[in-house]
Design a protein around this ligand. Structure first.
Ligand code: MG
Length: 248
């Protein structure tokens, strides 16, 4: 809950909520090389029946999104989506499915979860500074709990947050609980229009979008209140918003 504001505007205590992947740490880049490798294996295996590469990627992304919609961000979504893409293309092309290829695709795609993980430049300094100013900081991340906690640990962010919240997919209820009745003292900072910005705006929480090159699932028709190229610039924005009375 928001702490009592006893001092001048500059000492206002906020509840700042952060997304993790591609907001505080690089993440989507981890999918790129496994994706190219899996696509290459499929093209080689299908031979003359191999579709145009972008069509393979589009099919895989569709599979992955459908699985996230059904079951949330489980750790096997990405590897399984490649296996399903391969097996579907085989069936459509009347090519026999090789279980060895399916296993190899799963194994290669699973490398998306390999470490190490680290923060974007300036993130730790910004978070440390905001903490020193008395603000509460909360992490709200969607994904498999074991993986998300490992990312936080490897990135050295364990001691940074007042609460760490891992959800299979949707963040809105966690935002609602953290914000309580003090939504004007809250900020949500994230790169996903769909998972971060939209639910926060629906709750009346001010939003800060940090653009990333993440996948299509993150798209949504919503305007963030503010855009920052990096969380590094957040302390300056927070100070300005407090000064202008937009928070509190
Ligand atoms: Mg993100």
């Amino acid at each position: 809950m928001a702490k009592k504001n006893n001092g001048p505007a500059e000492l206002l205590s906020l509840e700042i909520m952060y997304d993790l992947d591609d907001t505080l740490i690089p993440n989507c880049i981890k999918y790129h090389i496994p994706a190219w490798r899996c696509g290459l294996i499929i093209s080689k295996r299908l031979g003359l029946a191999s579709p145009y590469p972008v069509d393979v990627l589009t099919m895989q992304q569709r599979e992955q999104m459908a699985m996230v919609e059904r079951n949330g961000f489980t750790i096997d979504v990405f590897p399984k989506s490649w296996v399903r893409t391969y097996e579907r293309l085989c069936r459509e092309s009347h090519v026999p499915i090789s279980r060895a290829v399916s296993r190899r695709l799963f194994f290669i795609a699973a490398h998306f979860a390999d470490g190490p993980y680290w923060t974007f430049p300036g993130v730790k300094t910004a978070l440390k500074y905001l903490k020193s100013q008395g603000h509460s900081q909360h992490l709200i991340t969607a994904g498999a709990k074991s993986l998300q906690l490992r990312k936080i640990s490897e990135a050295g962010l364990e001691a940074t947050f007042d609460s760490v919240n891992v959800t299979p997919r949707d963040k809105k209820e966690i935002m609602r609980r953290i914000a309580g009745k003090h939504r004007r003292r809250c900020l949500m900072v994230g790169d996903s229009f769909r998972s971060d910005i939209l639910p926060a705006k629906e709750l009346g929480i001010l939003t800060v979008h940090v653009p990333s090159k993440t996948w299509g699932y993150a798209a949504a028709q919503v305007e963030p209140d503010y855009v920052l190229q990096s969380v590094r610039d957040l302390p300056g924005l927070v100070e300005r918003l407090v000064r202008e009375g937009k928070l509190g």
